[in-house]
Ligand binder design. Structure first.
Ligand code: GCU
Length: 693
C-alpha cells in the first residue's frame, strides 16, 4: 500500500496511489513527450498544477521534469499548461475548441508538429487546469494510448459539493471512518497536510465545494461564522482554493440570538437582517471566495422561519440578500418534516412533507438560493422512489442530495456500492416537461435553464487510515464526484476506472471487484428490507435489524405491519402521496399491478398472500429474499478470497474482516426479519428452512 506520510500518521491516498508504469512500450511511446512542463501562467494555481504533474510523472516514469515558463522555438517536446485564450497556443488550438472549453472545463491535445511533440492541457480558468492535470495523470495510469488522450471535458452541473456532518468536538454524525479531519475538542485542527491530501482527492474527482461542518449546528459550532474561528478557517479555505474548491459553512438559523444577543431570529426583522449582513461581511473579509451557507431549518429540532410564522422562502431570501453582493449562495435543505407527527390519521404521511412544504414556494426563492433535496421523500433508505419535488419546482434552483456515508446502507461494515442506485435515480424520467424530463437534467440545471444546480453528497470520510473505514467504500466517494461531473456516464465505466486506479489492472482483480461493487446494493437490499420497505433498523444509531425500531414516533412503525398485511397505502386513495407525481407515474404507482415491484411496499399496503410477478406470495418472497441475500454475501466473500495475494495484504485483510462481519450481520438480519414475519403471520417458510434461531 502506498502511504502518504506526515509527522503523525500514515494513510492511503486511495485512487491517487501512484505506481511506476510497467509496460515498456507505453513508456517508450510517452517518453517522447516528456522533456519539460511548461507553465504559461505565472500564478500559484498553475504552479500547483505543474507540481502535481511533476510529482506524478516522477513516480510513473521515473523522470524528474523541469518546470519552465516559456515555449522556445526548439524546445522539442513537453507538456504545456495554459489558458485557451493564450496567444502562444493559437497554433495548437482551433477557435471552435476554444469556444467549447468552459471556465471549469479543459482540453487535452496531443500535438506532433515540426518535430515538436507536445501535450497541451488548457482551460479557460484556473480550476480547469487542476482537473485537466488529474485527468491526464489518471489516463496515463490507465495506459490510455496517446491518440486517445485528446478530449474536451466540461461539467454538466455547476455545483458539486461535499457535505460534512462533522461536529466541532471531532465526532462525525453518521460517520463510520474515524474522527473529523477538520475539528477536535471544540477547535479547528491544524492537520493541514491531511486537508491538503483531501483537497487533492476531491479535485481529482472535480468536486468544487465543501461544507465542513454538520447541518445540525449546535453549541460552539454556531460560532464558526465569527472571527473567533474565521482566521483558522481561512487557512483551510486557502488549501482548498489551491485545488479549485470553495469553503461553505452550515449555520444555525437562530444565530442572531445565540451570537448577536438579539431576542429574535425573525427573517423579516430589520435588526436580524442587518446582523446577518454584518456577519457575512466579516466572513468575506477572511475568506474572499467563501461559497455560502447550508441551512437545515425547522427540522429535527433545528430552529427556522416557521418559529416566527414565516415561510422558508422568507428565511432563505434574507440570507441570500446578505450573500448576494459577494457572489455567495444559500443552500436550503428540503428535509423539513415534523418528526413528532401523529400518523394514525391515514392522510398523514412523512413522505409528503418536503413537497407540501416547498411546492407552494416555487418561484419565490431568490436567484442565489438553491433547494437541496434528498433523493427520496424519506431519508436515504436502501430504496425509495425519487422525490416528487424534482419534477415540481420549475422556477427553483435545485440540487440532488445523496448520502455517500452509509447510514442506512451498512455503515461501511457492509459492502454497499451506491453508484447503481444513484444512477437509477438520475435516470428517472419525471415527465414534468414531457417525456425525457430526467432527474439528471433537472439537477444539472439544463431542463429548467437554472443558473445554479448540482449535487451534494454527505461525506463518508474520516481520519482513518483508508479514509472510509471499508476500503471499497472509497468507490462511493469517487463515484459521487464522477456522476456529479457527468451524470450521463455509465456506472460500470465509473466503477471499473476506480478499480483499476485503486487496485491495478489484473483481469481477475478487476472482474471480481467490479462484480462485488455492482451487485452489492442488491445483495444488501435482499437481506435487509426489500420491496421498498425500509426503516427496520435499530433506533438511534440505525445499524442492524429491528423491525419495529423507528425512534421518533410513539405512533407505531412506518410499515404498519399487522397479521394480515404490511406496507403503507400511499396511493391517491390512501395518504395521497402519489398525487405529488406527474400523471404518468401516479397511474403506475397507484396500480398495485403496475407499480415497480422493488417499491411495492412503499406505495401499497399488501396482504402477505398477494402473488408477486414471479408467482410467489409476498411472504414467501420475503423469506426467500433474505436467504438469497445471505447466500450472495458468500459469493462476495468468495470473490474476494480469490484475490488473496493479488492485493496488498493489509488492504486484503481489512476488507476480508469486514466481509466476514457483513456475513454475520446479514445472518442476523435474515433471522430477525424472517422471524418477525413468521410470528406476525404464523405461516412457515414453504421450503422448511429454519427461520428463528
Ligand atoms: C437523518 C440522519 C440525521 C441527520 C438527518 C439530516 O435523519 O439520521 O443524523 O441529521 O438525516 O439529513 O439532516
Amino acid at each position: 500500500m502506498i502511504l502518504s506520510k506526515n509527522s503523525k500518521q500514515k494513510y492511503s491516498m486511495c485512487w491517487l496511489s501512484y505506481k511506476p508504469i510497467d509496460e515498456i512500450e507505453y513508456i517508450r511511446e510517452f517518453e517522447r513527450y516528456l522533456d519539460k512542463i511548461v507553465l504559461l501562467e505565472n500564478n500559484i494555481y498553475f504552479q500547483n498544477a505543474g507540481n502535481e504533474l511533476r510529482r506524478a510523472l516522477e513516480v510513473l516514469f521515473g523522470t524528474d521534469l523541469r518546470l519552465s515558463n516559456c515555449i522556445d522555438a526548439n524546445m522539442g517536446s513537453g507538456i504545456i499548461l495554459g489558458k485557451v485564450t493564450d496567444e502562444r497556443l493559437n497554433n495548437f488550438i482551433t477557435d471552435d475548441e476554444k469556444k467549447e472549453v468552459s471556465e471549469e472545463g479543459f482540453l487535452i491535445k496531443v500535438i506532433n508538429k515540426n518535430k515538436g511533440r507536445y501535450i497541451i492541457v488548457a482551460s479557460k480558468g484556473e480550476k480547469g487546469i487542476i482537473y485537466g492535470i488529474f485527468h491526464l495523470i489518471n489516463k496515463i495510469r490507465l495506459k490510455t494510448r496517446l491518440k486517445e488522450l485528446n478530449c474536451i471535458e466540461k461539467p454538466k452541473a455547476p455545483l458539486r459539493i461535499i457535505n460534512h456532518w462533522d461536529n466541532i468536538d471531532g465526532t462525525i454524525e453518521r460517520g463510520y471512518a474515524g474522527k473529523s479531519i477538520f475539528f477536535a475538542n471544540g477547535r479547528i485542527k491544524r492537520d493541514y497536510k491531511r486537508i491538503l491530501d483531501y483537497a487533492r482527492l476531491l479535485a481529482s474527482i472535480r468536486i468544487n465545494g465543501v461544507v465542513i461542518n454538520n447541518v445540525n449546528v449546535r453549541d460552539k459550532a454556531i460560532w464558526l461564522i465569527t472571527p473567533k474561528y474565521l482566521n483558522e478557517l481561512s487557512k483551510i479555505a486557502e488549501i482548498f482554493r489551491l485545488y479549485g474548491i470553495k469553503l461553505y459553512l452550515s449555520i444555525n438559523f437562530a444565530s442572531p440570538i445565540y451570537i448577536g444577543g438579539l431576542d429574535t431570529a425573525d427573517p423579516l426583522d430589520k435588526n436580524v437582517q442587518k446582523w446577518w449582513k454584518d456577519a457575512v461581511k466579516t466572513i468575506y473579509s477572511y475568506i474572499p471566495d467563501f461559497g455560502g451557507f447550508l441551512v437545515k431549518a425547522d427540522s429535527e429540532f433545528n430552529p427556522g422561519p416557521y418559529v416566527y410564522g414565516r415561510t422558508h422562502a422568507d428565511g432563505a431570501n434574507m440570507l441570500a440578500e446578505a450573500l448576494l453582493p459577494y457572489g455567495g449562495v444559500v443552500i436550503w435543505r428540503a428535509f423539513v418534516y415534523n418528526c413528532l407527527q401523529d400518523w394514525r390519521d391515514t392522510k398523514t404521511d412523512r413522505a409528503k412533507a418536503a413537497y407540501d412544504n416547498f411546492k407552494p414556494l416555487d418561484g419565490k426563492f431568490s436567484e442565489n438560493v438553491i433547494l437541496q433535496i434528498k433523493y427520496g421523500p424519506m431519508d436515504f433508505q436502501v430504496r425509495e422512489p425519487v422525490s416528487p419535488l424534482f419534477g415540481a419546482m420549475e422556477k427553483t434552483n435545485q440540487m440532488m442530495e445523496f448520502q455517500i456515508t452509509q447510514e442506512y446502507t451498512g455503515q461501511q461494515i457492509h459492502l454497499c456500492y451506491l453508484g447503481t442506485l444513484w444512477k437509477e435515480i438520475l435516470e428517472f424520467d419525471t415527465y414534468c416537461k414531457g417525456k425525457g424530463s430526467y432527474v439528471k437534467r433537472i439537477v444539472d440545471g439544463s431542463l429548467f435553464g437554472m443558473r445554479y444546480a448540482g449535487f451534494a453528497g454527505v461525506s463518508n470520510i474520516g481520519d482513518s487510515i483508508n479514509w472510509t473505514g471499508h476500503d471499497l467504500a472509497q468507490a462511493n466517494l469517487w463515484t459521487f464526484g464522477k456522476l456529479a461531473w457527468d451524470p450521463d456516464k455509465k456506472i460500470e465505466d465509473i466503477a471499473r476506472e476506480w478499480t483499476i486506479l485503486t487496485f491495478g489492472d489484473d483481469k481477475k482483480v478487476v472482474d471480481n471487484i467490479l462484480w462485488m461493487l455492482l451487485n452489492s446494493h442488491t445483495i444488501y437490499e435482499k437481506y435487509t428490507t426489500p420491496l421498498g420497505l425500509g426503516w427496520m433498523v435499530n433506533p438511534g444509531h440505525h445499524y442492524g435489524p429491528n423491525p419495529e425500531g423507528y425512534e421518533y414516533s410513539k405512533w407505531g412503525t412506518y410499515h404498519r405491519a399487522d397479521t394480515k398485511a404490511i406496507g403503507v397505502d400511499r396511493t391517491s386513495r390512501g395518504t395521497g402521496y402519489t398525487l405529488q407525481y406527474h400523471k404518468f407515474w401516479r397511474e403506475i404507482f397507484d396500480d398495485i399491478n403496475k407499480c415497480p415491484e422493488e417499491l411495492l411496499l412503499f406505495f401499497h399496503r399488501v396482504p402477505y398472500d398477494f402473488r408477486l410477478k414471479n408467482g410467489k406470495t409476498l411472504l414467501q418472497f420475503m423469506y426467500d429474499s433474505h436467504f438469497e441475500g445471505v447466500e450472495m454475501v458468500d459469493e462476495l466473500i468468495k470473490k474476494w478470497e480469490d484475490l488473496r495475494g493479488k492485493i496488498d495484504d493489509e488492504v486484503f485483510n481489512r476488507v476480508y474482516e469486514r466481509l466476514k462481519m457483513q456475513k454475520e450481520h446479514a445472518i442476523e438480519w435474515r433471522d430477525v426479519i424472517n422471524t418477525y414475519f413468521y410470528r406476525k403471520t404464523g405461516i412457515p417458510d414453504e421450503k422448511g428452512r429454519v427461520i428463528y434461531p
